[in-house]
Structures are given as structure tokens and as C-alpha cells.
Design a protein around this ligand. Structure first.
Ligand code: AMP
Length: 227
């Protein structure tokens, strides 16, 4: 790595189907490495809740488990990346999801002499995803993720992270929508594995195991990417 590259903030990408653990792992990496997690899913849900023009256009598409238009998602991501905290380095969770988005990201980064540092593919089996997604929920206060079977709060009904007592489940975390989201993943997002492999920035990791084991593997990959 040359001296110039070393001074650039890291741009990490987590690739993987819905339920692979991108959000959970991105939050852990954010804490550990001082990166900013950018989830286009979270940004879109905030736009839907705020009733913005982009949110109104995205709502029905998200509920159907399909992909929101590249135009909307790229604009949202570009605005967020322009905020000052992103100079610390970012971990992208759920973006890019199409080749058009991946190219737009390359172009955006190129304007400041940056490149994608590493794209990590979380490799899982589809059958496992429906079980994982149907049991998941988050703290309404801080967004900490939980699961009915795999990760329950230490004290029932109380968030481990912030002590919040209200939790929420996503509208699109149901079996029918998950099936559509998996179809969208395989058709439109999985080709990005080849895209980043061709750029020699791809790392693959087995994401079928326990959250902590996966986190350890990811820390190793991200640590190496940032050293
Ligand atoms: P997620 O929270 O990443 O699972 O995203 C939830 C939903 O938001 C997806 O099923 C899509 O409808 C939409 N979405 C999130 N990120 C993108 C993206 N990069 N491109 C298109 N649609 C997206």
C-alpha cells in the first residue's frame, strides 16, 4: 500500500443476502474501528418515516421486497457520504446492490481519489435466512439488534446496550417478502461478488456460524484492510 492510499479513509463494503448479518456485524465493526456504518435500508426507512419524496416512492417497493431505483438510492447515499463524519471511513451495509450502484460508488470515490478498500462477502445458505429474519427485532431507542432464538437481551424486555424497553420489527421481515428479497439478491446483487473480485478487493467469509465467530473473522479482515 502506498503512502497516499494510507491517508485515505477506508471504504468497506459488506455484501450478502438479507439476514446474513450485515447490520449486526457492521455495527460491531463501527464500534471497534471507529468507522461510520451507512445502511441504505436504514436511510430509506428514515425517508419513509419522514414522508419525503424519496420515502414515498420507496415505500411500496420495500414492502414488496424489491429493490428501490438506483437513482433514489444513489442520491441518498451520495448525500450521506458528503457529511463530515464520513471522513473517518465508512462501512457500507446494503449498498451497492446493483452493478449500476457499484459503478456510481466507484465514480463518487474517484472524485476524491478514493477507492473501495475491501468488499466482504458474507456467505450463507438461503434456507437459513428465513429462520434468521423471521425472528429478528431491534431496540426502538438505539437500534441494537436481537433475535428470538439467537440473541435475546440479558434482562428480558431491556436493551443490553441502552436500557430501552421498546423494541420493533421490520415490516418486510416476513416469509413472503423475504423470498422476494432473496430473489432480488441473487439476480441483482450477487453479481457484485464477481465485480469486486475483478478489482482484487474481495474477501469471502463463512457467515453460517455464531455471531461472535463471524465477528472475529471480520475483525481480522478489516484490521488487515486498515493497517
Ligand atoms: P435492508 O435494510 O438493507 O435489508 O434493505 C431493506 C430494503 O430497502 C430492501 O429490501 C430494498 O427494498 C431497499 N434497499 C436498501 N438498500 C438498497 C439498495 N442499495 N438498492 C435498492 N434498494 C435498497
Amino acid at each position: 500500500m502506498d503512502a497516499e492510499t494510507l491517508t485515505r479513509p477506508a471504504v468497506l463494503i459488506l455484501l450478502g443476502p438479507p439476514g446474513a448479518g450485515k447490520g449486526t456485524q457492521a455495527r460491531m465493526l463501527e464500534d471497534k474501528f471507529g468507522l461510520v456504518q451507512l445502511s441504505t435500508g436504514d436511510l430509506l426507512r428514515a425517508a419513509v418515516a419522514a414522508g419525503t419524496e424519496a420515502g414515498l416512492a420507496a415505500k411500496a417497493v420495500m414492502e414488496a421486497g424489491e429493490l428501490v431505483s438506483d437513482e433514489i438510492v444513489i442520491a441518498i447515499l451520495r448525500d450521506r457520504m458528503a457529511e463530515p463524519d464520513c471522513t473517518k471511513g465508512v462501512i457500507l451495509d446494503g449498498f451497492p446492490r446493483t452493478t449500476v450502484q457499484a459503478k456510481a460508488l466507484d465514480d463518487l470515490l474517484a472524485t476524491s481519489g478514493q477507492k473501495v478498500s475491501t468488499a466482504i462477502s458474507l456467505e450463507v445458505e438461503d434456507a437459513e435466512m428465513v429462520t434468521r429474519i423471521s425472528g429478528r427485532y431491534t431496540c426502538a431507542m438505539c437500534g441494537e439488534g436481537y433475535h428470538d432464538t439467537f440473541k435475546i437481551p440479558a434482562v428480558e424486555g431491556k436493551c443490553d446496550n441502552c436500557g430501552g424497553t421498546e423494541f420493533k420489527r421490520r415490516a418486510d421481515d416476513n416469509a413472503e417478502t423475504v423470498a422476494a428479497r432473496l430473489v432480488a439478491y441473487h439476480a441483482q446483487t450477487a453479481p457484485l461478488i464477481t465485480y469486486y473480485d475483478a478489482q482484487s478487493v474481495l474477501k469471502r467469509t463463512d457467515a453460517m456460524g455464531q455471531i461472535d465467530d463471524i465477528a472475529r473473522d471480520l475483525e481480522e479482515i478489516v484490521g488487515a484492510a486498515m493497517s
